[in-house]
Write a protein that binds this ligand. Structure first.
Ligand code: SF4
Ligand code: SF4
Length: 139
């Protein structure tokens, strides 16, 4: 089984074709769309998590390439926005790697990006939206 987050770029000539439907129907690929938009030049961009058995996943990638769809790997990074943080500590309790941690005795929250495994638990736990996910595709 392969599960991968990617950025798909659709040229204007194919942007209206039902690629996600075809991936599901012909290749048994499950697509979880994280973000999608079409720019003024009618080119499409979609951030999506795709999963399928190895052979079907690779065949689906070949299908996308053959139709002119560019597939770029996606890396995700967690950003801590210190100005928005209310120091409530909720994220430090659920962070599995102590990437978000409570400094003692000061009792202030800090973030170490090198320890972060991008599990996204803090995104859901933070009431102040002080943690954000940044998608990087090397574009
Ligand atoms: S994404 Fe996970 S590992 Fe990274 S800071 Fe948030 S809770 Fe910790
Ligand atoms: S949950 Fe949000 S507001 Fe609370 S300490 Fe963590 S980042 Fe700051």
């Amino acid at each position: 089984m392969i599960k991968r987050k990617v950025v798909l770029h659709f040229p204007a000539t194919v942007v209206e074709q039902p690629f996600i439907y075809t991936l599901a129907k012909e290749y048994n690929v499950v697509a979880n769309i994280l973000k999608a938009n079409i720019n003024p030049r009618k080119e499409g961009r979609m951030v999506v998590e795709l999963s399928a058995e190895d052979q079907e996943f690779n065949a689906a990638m070949d299908f996308l390439h053959s139709r002119g769809v560019q597939v770029l790997p996606l890396e995700q990074q967690i950003i801590w926005v210190e100005d928005r943080c209310t120091q409530c500590g909720a994220c430090t309790v659920i962070c599995p790697t102590n990437a978000l941690w409570m400094k003692r005795p000061e009792m202030t929250v800090s973030f170490c990006s090198e320890k972060c495994i991008v599990c996204e638990r803090c995104l859901k736990a933070c009431p102040a939206r002080a943690v954000e996910a940044l998608y990087l595709s090397g574009e």
